[in-house]
Design a protein around this ligand. Sequence first.
Ligand SMILES: [Zn+2]
Length: 366
Amino acid sequence: MLSPKLLVKRSIKSIAALAQVFRTPSQNSVTIIGYHRVVADIGKAEANSIYGLVVSRETFREHCRILQENFDVVSLEEAADFLESGEFSYLPKAVITFDDGYLDNYEEAFPVLKEFNLPATIFLPTTMIGKNDPLSHDKAFWLAKNALEQNIELENIFLKAGLPGEKANVADALELCDKIVYLPTAQRDVLISELENALSISEYPKEYKLLNWEQVGEMSRNGISFGNHTATHPVLPLEDEKMFVSEIFESKQILEKQLGESVVSFAYPNGKYNREVREQIVRAGYKLAVTTAKHTNKFGEDLFALGRTCLCEESTRGVGGRFSPQVAKLRFGLGSGATAFSFFYHYPVEKLWAFSQILTEIKFLL
Ligand SMILES: [Zn+2]
């Protein structure tokens, strides 16, 4: 049964998307789409993972169809050249990116990209590739979910990890997951290890698995580009300079050695950066870096702070909970009076009861 909270959230998203009606992408803009995982079983993936990281293969295919029909889909490098040149483009440009290098990018996304003949860039945390160890945010979510389900005493675990006990006051697994993820690596790893011990967890779901270098090589020879996403996926501004410099420089060397070519693009883990981190990205010889800031990119944009539209299954669900082509088009900035009409036509007035609460929220979502 759909909870009122989720219905309100979906209504807010739908209305936020509706506001895009007035923001049709301009001919000279570049919309960079950010994905993480593309999955065969969305129900299972949303139960076991951070929901914002997963999209079903079917929805991803629909996204690709919309992109192909409405945009000139180019590689990230081409997009950067375009943003620097100020040239005219009749169609707005779009770029498809994936963060983290999950195995399902090869198994589920790659066949769809080939079907539509679309280029994409995958950002890899280089020392994690080909290993069995999941990324820290996946571990954190799994531990948070189990900790809350088993109702374990969290305050003591936080204290044991040298963290304030009140940090353990959380409303749900996602909030606890965030509190684990947004810590410097050393502290985060101690907390993860304390939680693993308390919950007797030594294995994680197989769906968290990342690519290996053979799969990276095959995709690289078939239209997929690769960029850096550090070595171990720390939140860079939380680390000391020595640590973030080595994460930025060493990961570039590893990826260039594996691919046999220079690597020019970088994605900040969790989209987080500061002036010092940005300076090191420039120094390391990258040509561009993407964030998670929600904006399309225009001529003269800072190439080291490019905005992205990050999408998951939930992003293009209508109020009823199923994939909505209207919401999807509006998410891609493809607004028009016709799609607005269609949007309202498909959603009965009684399902839009949350409007009054939503209107005050919209400004935070645009
Ligand atoms: Zn990431």
